[in-house]
Design a protein. Structure first.
Lengths: 347, 374
């Protein structure tokens, strides 16, 4: 065991961090700067970070989930308003069915409470669904039964993406929307594939949440050092210090369990990796909400305004928290792994 | 980045597993049952003699010189075997390794590591709790000896100890942090009185208080130089805050697994609330296992004695108290077997001992977040 990052992993992390520091939003007003966002989008495209889970020559992904999680964490920390989670999940799903990488932007669709992948049957979506991280995406992938075989289906996306997360808008899909088979898929989706894919998605959302916590905490600590009341920086008061200290501890605990979840995706059996990811998801989701709420509280009145970035972190945390299962679903899955309670099914 | 065993680690794990299958003494937890102490020394000695204790400590003091991450394997296997956790003496070992002279290390560490010499830690006093540097136990030079007078409290394992690592004031003229020295004091002398403290859950052997009424200690038993006591204390408490040093992952893992078995045995008796508390306890323990893996991996670059122990301490406290809440929810607290009630009540001490949670937050705020002082 040695869970320190390799020099290559550190270099990847730092590269992503620099890109998002340069091109990501530094104020709420920056979110409306379409030139900046296009530049960030182009930088992420050029770096190929969305294709890390496409198949290499031997069929395995180019990068382990740990590397993808490092990218996700840096993008989360910098509130990167460019697709990553959705395209990465789509690329991972394509690999399981032996389909070639996407030739145009795509994402995945989840059931309406986001807790698991959306499903199609007989060429139609079985229920309302949501295409997550849908900015600029032309289609969303779903799991679909075509006759006796479970395959990957596609839904064409049309409409303006929106939603709670100001950096990664979603698109609602109506029940019965047309689901077509993904072209050139050679293999059927197995239950174990879905489980590992789901674990990968959970690990990515955990990494995003860890990054968000770091970003929100940096914002709040910086503010606490600058903002003065009673003739002193508010960060000198124990009441404020203890809020921030707790937030730091939650972030560190989350980083540890999220790192394990990312490692587990490729290293453990699918069922074990799914449980590891579910435990991490429960912990990170609860922690991230508290940390973001703390960031708002430390900012006082300003923290409750649209102009303060704190709510952008919180909004992104709320979405990442629910994607592929939030606290409730994740705790049920942990219990189910210990033969307690009913399954909060995968599909 | 790899949580998996290397081939060497894996064969170590298998050897350990095989040994534990035959040598688990089945002791109750020290936090809920005084009977633990009747078997604790034998457990410590057996674990050490079999080659499974002091894994990452130097060979010269009876350790095994293995990479720090072997301690995680030990904790994981102790959980799987439902065996008692490893004895929590690591913080004393780290203190002596960092501050003790070669002579002190040679004389004291092998006995401490092997479990044949029992130690306690005389730091806190009735008027020096969080403000430890305000301690007023005094050590006065008398020829080749020091004479110690004072009152120590919250002294864990004082009833079983052969030695006490005592902080005492040797210089009354300098600022309070600089006048403190540390001594290894033999407990078997008439001038030392030890008495148990009964905790709110009823146990009496986990904590004691110790009265020094002119106790004598050889000047050669001073750890470090006169006035070095505060630095030693800070090293010791920084590691006393680390679950990786204490082996507490195994402690909590064992407790939560027992709760899981209880619920599995009659699943229909438990509603959604106890199940949810249990799920959180499972998640918290898993978090701590991962966190300790991360912190002990960082030690592969060499040990540090920094403020990160305060982060560990708060995480560890939240885990223990989540397990306590789960125990309460699963067993209903007031009825039937009171082990869970005891476990829960004991968990409240974790946010006080080794530095309160409030002190840890102060340290994180000033030394990690670098917030200004008021």
């Amino acid at each position: 065991m040695d869970v320190r990052l390799s020099p290559e992993q550190v270099a990847l992390r730092d590269t992503v961090g620099r890109a998002v520091a340069r091109l990501g939003p530094h104020a709420v007003a920056d979110l409306a700067d379409t030139d900046r966002r296009a530049a960030l989008d182009a930088a992420v495209t050029a770096a190929g970070w969305r294709e890390l889970r496409t198949a290499s020559d031997n069929g395995e992904p180019w990068s382990s989930a740990v590397e993808v999680a490092l990218v996700a964490s840096e993008l989360g920390q910098g509130l990167a308003d460019t697709p990553f989670l959705g395209p990465s999940l789509a690329a991972d799903l394509r690999r399981y069915v032996g389909a070639p990488p996407a030739t145009r932007p795509e994402t995945v669709a989840l059931v309406s409470d986001l807790s698991r992948p959306a499903e199609g049957e007989d060429g139609a979506l079985t229920a309302q669904a949501v295409a997550i991280d849908a900015q600029g995406a032309g289609q969303a992938l779903v799991l679909a039964d075509f006759g006796p075989r479970c395959l990957v289906g596609t839904i064409q996306l049309d409409g303006e993406a929106a939603g709670a997360d100001l950096t990664r808008p979603s698109l609602r899909l109506r029940a019965g929307a047309r689901v077509a088979p993904l072209e050139d898929q050679a293999l059927q989706v197995l239950e174990s594939d879905v489980e590992r894919w789901h674990a990968f998605g959970l690990a990515l959302t955990c990494a995003d949440l860890v990054g968000l916590m770091r970003g929100a905490l940096d914002l709040a600590v910086g503010y606490a050092k600058d903002r003065r009341q009673y003739g002193a920086p508010i960060g000198s008061f124990q009441a404020v210090q203890h809020l921030l200290a707790d937030a730091h501890v939650l972030m560190e605990g989350s980083a540890s369990i999220a790192l394990h979840a990312a490692w587990a995706v490729d290293a453990l059996e699918p069922t074990e990796s799914f449980v590891a990811a579910s435990a991490a998801k429960a912990y990170c989701t609860r922690s991230a909400r508290t940390v973001c709420e703390t960031a708002i509280q430390v900012h006082g009145g300003i923290g409750n305004t649209w102009e303060c970035l704190a709510h952008v972190y919180l909004r992104r945390a709320l979405l990442s928290g629910e994607v592929l299962g939030g606290v409730g679903a994740s705790l049920s899955r942990v219990l189910h792994a210990h033969d307690i309670g009913v399954s909060y099914g995968l599909r | 980045m790899d949580f998996a065993d290397s081939p060497e680690e894996h064969s170590f794990r298998l050897r350990l597993r095989e040994w534990l299958a035959a040598h688990n003494p089945g002791l109750p937890p020290s936090s809920t049952d005084d009977a633990y102490w009747d078997g604790q020394a034998a457990w410590h000695q057996a674990l050490h003699e079999a080659g499974f204790f002091g894994l990452s400590w130097p060979l010269e003091v009876g350790g095994h010189g293995l990479p720090s991450v072997y301690e995680v394997i030990l904790d994981e296997e102790l959980i799987s075997a439902a065996a008692p956790p490893r004895p929590s003496v690591g913080y004393l070992v780290q203190g002596l390794l960092e501050h003790g002279s070669p002579d002190v290390q040679r004389r004291f560490l092998p006995g401490l590591v092997s479990g044949y010499q029992r130690w306690c830690q005389g730091f806190s006093e009735p008027e020096a709790g969080s403000d430890l540097a305000a301690l007023c136990t005094r050590a006065d030079r008398d020829g080749d000896h020091y004479v110690i007078t004072g009152h120590k409290v919250w002294t864990s394992y004082s009833d079983a100890a052969d030695w006490c690592l005592v902080l005492a004031r040797t210089d009354h003229e300098v600022p309070k942090h600089r006048g403190i020295s540390a001594f290894a004091v033999p407990m078997a002398q008439p001038a030392i009185t030890q008495r148990p403290l009964r905790m709110m859950n009823g146990i009496t052997r986990e904590f004691g208080e110790v009265l020094f009424d002119g106790a004598r200690v050889d000047a050669a038993n001073m750890i470090g130089k006169p006035g070095d006591g505060w630095r030693l204390a800070m090293t010791v408490v920084s590691h006393e805050r680390e679950p990786g040093e204490l082996g507490y992952v195994a402690r909590y893992g064992k407790s939560v697994n027992e709760l899981v078995r209880r619920v599995q045995a009659s699943p229909d008796s438990f509603g959604s609330e106890p199940c949810r508390e249990l799920a959180w306890a499972l998640v918290e323990v898993e978090m701590l296992r991962c966190h300790v893996s991360r912190r002990l991996s960082d030690r592969l670059e060499g040990i540090t004695h920094g403020p990160e122990g305060s982060v560990d301490k708060l995480l560890m406290t939240w885990v223990e108290q989540a397990v306590g809440h789960a125990a309460l929810a699963v067993d209903g607290g007031a009825g039937g077997d009171d082990t869970s009630l005891k476990l829960y009540l004991y968990s409240r001490a974790q946010s006080v001992m080794g530095g309160t949670s409030q002190i840890q937050r102060n340290l994180i705020a000033s030394r990690i977040l670098e917030l200004p002082t008021s």
